[in-house]
Design a protein around this ligand. Structure first.
Ligand SMILES: C[S@@+](CC[C@H](N)C(=O)[O-])C[C@H]1O[C@@H](n2cnc3c(N)ncnc32)[C@H](O)[C@@H]1O
Length: 224
């Protein structure tokens, strides 16, 4: 969370958010009206927040990481009327937070790909994975694996193996920045797909990514 986001929470009268994320900031919400709801209720949350703001309330909508990266900034702007003041406060997206835990894997061009096919056809996801892999991008995978689609990460791994060597360095970070944070540095060939869940971000290196001091590093090209 950025200082700006903390200040926005402190100033807001009403907090709207996904219940899991609301719980994470509960100690900061004393005395505020809190409206929380479950997964797949993003559109309802956006509408509720906009209605409350239009009625004159100072409302803060919570996303995890950065609200503009698979977060609530999009649906809020899509549903908003023209005359409402909306401020989007950047946060630390999982790619940056996970990269810091793993070392420095994003020192060169990278692509972020979500494996969630709830709103995106799986064929589109496959095409993007193939293109990013063929172009030797470092690939950051969000929404890697849920109970409902446990096979997606393994399918993605097989696609990446068509262009990336099995020795390509890969890392996982679970519960990044939260209690119980854990991480591993491994290879694409040995990636423990079954240990990955929706609270995990997976980072797959490019052909030059290496392991230094136990950390994942993608060289920028400096002569060191
Ligand atoms: C719908 S996306 C939301 C991304 C979020 N807006 C952001 O900027 O990080 C959810 C995915 O982000 C990743 N993620 C979010 N928070 C995480 C955390 N604390 N640790 C590891 N991965 C996380 C996971 O891959 C998760 O499935």
């Amino acid at each position: 969370m950025t200082v700006e986001a903390l200040e926005a929470l402190q100033q807001a009268e009403v907090i709207v958010g996904y219940s899991t994320y609301v719980k994470l900031v509960e100690p900061l919400l004393t005395g505020k009206k809190v409206i929380s709801s479950g997964m797949k209720k993003e559109v309802d949350r956006a509408r509720q927040a906009l209605e409350l703001a239009a009625s004159g309330k100072h409302v803060a909508v919570i996303s995890s990481g950065d609200p503009g990266v698979y977060g609530m900034a999009g649906p809020i702007l899509e549903a908003a009327p023209d005359d409402l003041e909306i401020v989007i406060i950047p946060g630390v997206t999982a790619a940056s937070a996970a990269a810091a835990v793993l070392g420095a894997p994003l020192m060169h061009d990278f692509a972020v790909i979500s494996l969630s096919d709830l709103l995106t056809p799986w064929q589109t996801i496959v095409r993007r994975l193939e293109a990013a892999t063929a172009a030797d991008f470092v690939i950051v995978i969000y929404n890697p694996r849920s109970r409902g689609r446990s096979e997606h990460l393994e399918q993605a791994r097989q696609i990446m193996l068509q262009h990336k060597s099995a020795d390509t360095v890969a890392g996982t970070v679970r519960n990044c920045g939260r209690r119980g944070q854990e991480h591993s540095v491994t290879t694409l060939g040995a990636l423990a797909v079954d240990d990955v869940d929706m609270f995990t971000t997976v980072v797959v290196g490019n052909s030059r990514t290496t392991v230094l001091h136990g950390r994942m590093v993608t060289p920028r090209g400096y002569m060191l």
